[in-house]
Design a protein around this ligand. Sequence first.
Ligand SMILES: Cc1cc2nc3c(=O)[nH]c(=O)nc-3n(C[C@H](O)[C@H](O)[C@H](O)COP(=O)(O)OP(=O)(O)OC[C@H]3O[C@@H](n4cnc5c(N)ncnc54)[C@H](O)[C@@H]3O)c2cc1C
Length: 287
Amino acid sequence: MDRVYEIAVVGGGIAGYTAALTAKNLGLDYLWIAPEAFGEKTRAAEYVRNFPAFSGNGAAFSSALEAQRVREGVALTRARADGVFAQGGGYLITAGKEMFSARTVVLATGVDLKGDIKGEREFFGRGVSYCAVCDGALYRNRTVAAVLFSPRYKEEAEYLASLAETVHCFCLYKEPHFKAKNIVVHMGAPEEISGGARVEQIVKNNKTLSVSGVFFLKDSTPARALCGGLETDGAHIVTKKDGSTNLAGLFAAGDVTGAPYQYAKAAGEGLVAAYSARRYLSAAKNG
Ligand SMILES: Cc1cc2nc3c(=O)[nH]c(=O)nc-3n(C[C@H](O)[C@H](O)[C@H](O)COP(=O)(O)OP(=O)(O)OC[C@H]3O[C@@H](n4cnc5c(N)ncnc54)[C@H](O)[C@@H]3O)c2cc1C
């Protein structure tokens, strides 16, 4: 924790990778943090025909990127950030029990194309959470819901079940299996979250279940949940041409800044954000 990186890049897609690669090439002391390099969206492409000098499917694209990452020695710290907080002229990034400090941050966390569920935005911070490890303890012995976008979040749901009385798991993937006996499985997304001052119910197929909280366990943590005070237009972070946001020293790149959702745009913005972070650091140094 004593180490203060010059730049922390959050997000493992092509925007985050390009920002980390550029930071390394610029000689910055960098941290690149993501659960994995070149996630689902890079692998998922059926055929990539719009990225310069590459033709092939997503798996081949990911392999080519990974080979380059290894060749160039771009180090990845495998973790999922759950908070980015302004601290002492820089930022503190929390990832479960781990904490990292950096003078500048590039957020490249992508977007969730499946979109929000009715009530998700409205109740954020009032019963809606994106991190079971961070907020699970608040729901000890209570009934909660978890919306799992992939089987990768099974362990987080099991963790919730170790604290809560009952966990209603809404699974957006086939054949879910859980060990905990207090997990009730529902297939598909819920339709709505409702309540008063806080979350009180979740609705699926016109059936209403009483819950105290709802956890959205998905790959792209919404920016508003990650970093308080960040200006968004709802789904995307508002940036200037240089990738800067309304928060000094915090930049954004890739799908998280808006359409077009394409690899080339994401890579370009990752590069620009890293240069902008360096400019910011130089300006701060020269007073
Ligand atoms: C099926 C499919 C096919 C596509 N085909 C093409 C194509 O042919 N050509 C094209 O140009 N584009 C294509 N796209 C779009 C392309 O995938 C995106 O534009 C591109 O992946 C955006 O890159 P990104 O780095 O901004 O975000 P992403 O690729 O979404 O990467 C974001 C990463 O950040 C990580 N992350 C999220 N939250 C956190 C957190 N809190 N802490 C740490 N890490 C976090 C995620 O795990 C993820 O890996 C396709 C998309 C899909 C879904």
